[in-house]
Unconditional design. Structure first.
Length: 314
């Protein structure tokens, strides 16, 4: 039978994924293999869905593990540098890589949120903070300085008046308040600072500080060390507080990290060129699958949901 070029619909992709999972769990069951063969032969669309899912399974086995997801950003052990074949093992590897660093950061935090959750807190000085989804924050105030550490995710700060300087530390990024309301973001591969009102002095690795004004959106790619500042309306800063994601010239790889904080599971982009494509737009965080599809479709991408916890972008 020749394969149809017509994309399989989501229901058939889910059925094909279910067959694949069952065969992976019982590869020597002849009755199960015959039943799967009958299902594939029943309709050309079934065979097309099976082919798409099989391609995704093969990609899981061939893709390298991202180094930054191991604790301390060290090299992954040699026995884990490639995804094991089989959906259950691949999914377990995804979850292990995602959860170990997060557990360590959360252990250090004074405030934390789960996936898809936000939290409003008041710090000891009266500053108001909204902590974004899957985020962690540690408070370290002293007599001479109000310092907080953003360990993961993002937060919006409305800083109370106080003679002590207010400093947000995220990795090697420093954002110092100068009478301000501003946001700070730290994902696995990038940082961001946006100013709603007032002024912020932001620096990286102790370098010269850059002063940001209302509407300025500062973004840093940690891998290249390249920083850029773009302008937008001040009311677009931290619109995730209203359930939306405003994106201005960010890569799909970067956005995958952000979306993972708003929906349970792991997003795997199977094409390096696609992962490097840049996106600008506004998306609804209440439907992460629709947001991800809207981000990748203009670049020829398609989202395949293998299980409730694994999305692959082809």
């Amino acid at each position: 039978m020749e394969h149809s070029d017509k994309p399989a619909d989501d229901a058939l992709l889910r059925e094909a994924s279910d067959w694949k999972l069952r065969l992976d769990e019982a590869p020597r069951d002849p009755a199960l293999r015959r039943a799967c063969a009958d299902w594939r032969a029943r309709d050309e669309r079934h065979e097309n869905a099976w082919r798409r899912v099989s391609e995704a399974w093969a990609l899981i086995g061939d893709l390298p593990v991202q180094r930054q997801r191991w604790p301390g950003h060290g090299e992954a052990p040699a026995s884990h540098r490639r995804w094991p074949r089989g959906a259950a093992l691949a999914l377990a590897a995804c979850l292990l890589l995602a959860l170990l660093p997060a557990a360590w950061r959360y252990w250090q935090a004074d405030y934390r949120t789960g996936v898809g959750q936000t939290l409003a807190v008041t710090l000891a000085d009266g500053s108001a903070v909204v902590l974004g989804a899957d985020s962690a924050l540690a408070e370290a105030f002293s007599d001479g300085e109000r310092r907080v550490r953003l360990l993961r995710g993002e937060a919006f700060f409305d800083v109370a008046a106080d003679p002590r300087p207010f400093l947000v530390v995220a990795g090697e990024v420093r954002a110092r308040d100068i009478g301000t309301a501003f946001s700070v973001r730290e994902d696995d591969g990038s940082y961001g600072v946006g100013v709603s009102h007032g002024e912020v002095a932001v620096s990286y690795r102790g370098g010269r500080a850059r002063h940001l004004m209302p509407g300025d959106q500062w973004a840093l790619d940690r891998a290249s060390g390249t920083a850029r500042v773009q302008r937008s309306a001040p009311d677009r800063v931290a619109v995730w507080r209203q359930g939306r994601l405003f994106v201005q010239d960010r890569t799909l790889a970067d956005l995958a990290d952000t979306l993972e904080r708003h929906a349970h599971g792991y997003i795997l982009i199977a094409d390096d060129a696609l992962a490097a494509r840049r996106v600008t737009g506004s998306y609804d965080l209440s439907d992460v699958d629709a947001a991800l599809a809207a981000m990748v479709q203009p670049h020829g991408g398609r989202v395949l949901r293998i299980t409730p916890l694994l999305r692959i972008v082809l």
